[in-house]
Design a protein around this ligand. Sequence first.
Ligand SMILES: [Zn+2]
Length: 426
Amino acid sequence: MEAKRSSPLLVAAALLLHLSQLYMPGKNCGIEIRFGAHPGEEARPGRERSVRKLRPMKCTMKLAACIAGLILSGDAQPKPAGAPASVPARAPIDLALDASEAEQALLILDKEHEGRRIEPGDWTRLFATRPYQWLKAREASFNRAFTDDQFKAFLASPDALANRAAWHRTLAGMKGADMKTIGQRVLAWLPAGASLHARVFPEIKPLKNSFVWTKEGEGPAIFLAIQEQSPDSFENIVAHELHHIGLESLAARQHAIEAPLPERVQRAMTWMGAFGEGEAMLAAAGSDDRHPHWEDDAATRGRWDSDMMHFNADLASVQQLLLDIVDGKVSDAAEIRKRAAPFWGVQGAWYTVGYEMAVLVDKRFGRKAFDDCLLDPRLLLVRYNEAAREANAQGAAFATWSPELLDKLMVVSAAGAGRSAESGRS
Ligand SMILES: [Zn+2]
């Protein structure tokens, strides 16, 4: 799905093959993500998205100037007369900022603040914006109450009015952000061939969570909750989300790796993809040596550091779930989702264990190995074990994945007898 992007409908159709109904309440950035699904399988957790080798983006100005419906460039290019039937490949980075909902909501808030009358048309224009429509559809998909009247009440609340000035500042910052540069940074943490194609919706909304969501028949969108935040925090959130987008763009290659494997192994790999949260944390930080919450407040950093203290226990918990999946003890998607839910939490094991593994692998084996792990999540466990063993020999005390789990994961085919792809595991 990377190459031929002649039709957004085709892209959407391809995406639909991989998108699911699974909802993961991730937080970090306060992120909630719908994960792509394998055919015949309900959900695909953790696979998010990516980018790499940059070609010039069509819109070189700040995305702010491209707002309001800046269309995904592939859609926007009129075909010259006599042009060949083939359509040029879409640029690796193609992000379309649409701030129409936030702008219209602020217009209404400004009127409230100034005591001016809010016309029915003001609301009509707000409710007709794409970001609002998509947010409404997204909440409905989770069976959450979200009505126009509720939104009106939210905008009329003292809290919304009190935040009006801050939201103006935040929106201005988002519109001025150099999304292309952020995207380029993220591409450096993704295998070649990844792409960052998404709509970006700054949203004024009651909940302060940011997330990626794909509307049926459409490409993915990043919903960025507008709240008081630093530019660094904003960039961190965007980079994290973009990594999900870029990794998802590689879904076809991931599926090609998984397809020959037994169903239970595929299912386990699907869930191991949730370590993409930790990989996105590393990519957003941009360095193995930078704290993943470097731009956050001390309380957030403290929470993360505290959670890292029980890394070994968390690894064991995830391992038990993966063993139960690969052993066939649990196969029902709802049951697995229930057991995996604590690994999201605020920033649970999918984040912390995934992050620590990603850092060790990247540091010890380099970016190519890290990229390979993004495509095949089993390699993340294998490579991590190798790095952890070396560190443990120097006095560290990292838990490692059991040979039993790795043997069961590293089979070569549906009929394979469990041949291991790793040597010397502990
Ligand atoms: Zn995430």
